[in-house]
Write a protein that binds this ligand. Structure first.
Ligand code: B4P
Length: 285
C-alpha cells in the first residue's frame, strides 16, 4: 500500500485530475490510498467540478480516498446554511446553485478534521503544543460529531471568532469546538504556550520579538513524535522534515500543486496557472 497526500486544491479541478493520474502512474500496481489536505474549494476557477470530483473518487474508493476539512470547506458550510454571506473573493456560487448541492454539502459535513495514515497525522492547518496525536484525533472526533448532527446550523453561527485563543482541557461547548477548529483549520503561528495568532497570513516568518513561531516549531510540542502532514500555509510553501510535511505550495496563487508519498517521501509537483494574485506579489508591485 502506498499513501499519497495532495495539498490544497482550492478549486483547481484540472490540476487535481492531472495529479491523481500522475499518482496512479507513480504507484504502478501497488495498492493506493490518496488523502487531500483540505481546502478543496474556493478562490480557484472550478470549485464545483473539484468538489464533485473528489467526492466521487472518495465514494468509489471504499474508504481509501478521503479529505480532511479546511477553513474554506467550513466556510462553504456556513454560507450554504445561510449563516455567513459569501465574501467578494469567494468562488462558491456554482456549488450553491448546483442541482446536487445538498449531496455535496452532505458529503462535506461528514469529513474529518484529522486523520491518521501510516503513522502520520493529517490535518489542514496545525496542532496546539498541548496535544499529542491521540488527543488530536479524539478532539477531531468531537467536532465531527457536531458537524454530522442536527445542531450543525446553530453551531456554524457559533463557529466564528478567534477566542478562546489557547487550549484548556476544561473548555466546553462552542468555545471548545471553536478552539479545536481554529487550531486544526486556521493555525499558522502561536507562542511557546500555544496562544494562537490569526493575523499573520502572508509570511512564513514572524518578528522574533512577538514571541510567535510556527506551531510546529514550539519546543516540546506533544505531537513531535509523529510526522504531522498539513496544508493551509501557502506563504510558507513546501516543507518536508522528519516531523512535519507542509504541502500548500500555492496552487491557486500561481505556485505548484504538491503531493507526497508517505512511505518513501517521493514528491510530485505540478506548476499551476496564477488564478489569484497573492498579497506578497501585490505588495512588491
Ligand atoms: N472559526 C473561524 N473564524 C473565522 N473564520 C473561519 C473560522 N472557521 C472557518 N473560517 C473561514 O475561513 C475562511 C478563510 O479565511 P481567511 O482569513 O480568508 O483565510 P486565510 O487565512 O487567508 O487562509 P487561506 O486558507 O486562504 O490561506 P492561504 O495561505 O492560501 O492565503 C493566505 C494569504 O497568503 C497570501 N499568500 C499566498 N501565497 C503567498 C506568497 N507566496 N507570498 C506572500 N503571500 C502569499 C495570500 O495573498 C493570502 O492573503 C473564511 O472564509 C472563514 O469563513
Amino acid at each position: 500500500m502506498k499513501t499519497y497526500v495532495i495539498g490544497d486544491l482550492q478549486g483547481c479541478h484540472q490540476q487535481a485530475r492531472d495529479m491523481v493520474a500522475r499518482i496512479q502512474a507513480h504507484a504502478g500496481t501497488t495498492e493506493l490510498r490518496i488523502l487531500f489536505a483540505g481546502d478543496l474549494i474556493n478562490r480557484g476557477p472550478d470549485s464545483l467540478a473539484t468538489l464533485r470530483y473528489v467526492r466521487q473518487l472518495a465514494q468509489e474508493s471504499n474508504g481509501r480516498i478521503d479529505s480532511v476539512l479546511g477553513n474554506h470547506d467550513l466556510h462553504l458550510l456556513a454560507v450554504a446554511y445561510g449563516i455567513r454571506p459569501a465574501h467578494a473573493a469567494d468562488t462558491l456560487d456554482e456549488i450553491l446553485a448546483a442541482p446536487d448541492r445538498d449531496e455535496l454539502i452532505g458529503w462535506l459535513r461528514q469529513r474529518p478534521l484529522a486523520l491518521e495514515a501510516d503513522g502520520h497525522l493529517l490535518v489542514h492547518a496545525g496542532l496546539l503544543p498541548q496535544w499529542d496525536g491521540a488527543q488530536a484525533l479524539a478532539l477531531s472526533a468531537e467536532v465531527e460529531q457536531m458537524l454530522r448532527s442536527a445542531g450543525l446550523g446553530d453551531f456554524l453561527a457559533d463557529m466564528y471568532g478567534n477566542q478562546p485563543d489557547r487550549w484548556h482541557d476544561s473548555l466546553q461547548g462552542a468555545d471548545r469546538l471553536r478552539c479545536i477548529i481554529n487550531a486544526m483549520t486556521r493555525l499558522r503561528f502561536c507562542t511557546a504556550d500555544g496562544v494562537m495568532d490569526f493575523k499573520i497570513k502572508d509570511s512564513g516568518t514572524a518578528d522574533p520579538a512577538s514571541g510567535l513561531m510556527p506551531w510546529f516549531d514550539v519546543p516540546g510540542r506533544r505531537s513531535a513524535g509523529q510526522t504531522v502532514v498539513f496544508g493551509h500555509w501557502s506563504a510558507l510553501g513546501l516543507i518536508i522534515r522528519p516531523d512535519v510535511i507542509g504541502l500548500d505550495s500555492g496552487c491557486v496563487w500561481g505556485g505548484q500543486l504538491s503531493a507526497v508519498c508517505l512511505q518513501d517521501r517521493s514528491l510530485l509537483q505540478a506548476q499551476c496557472p496564477e488564478f489569484q494574485q497573492h498579497s506578497g506579489k501585490q505588495a512588491a508591485n
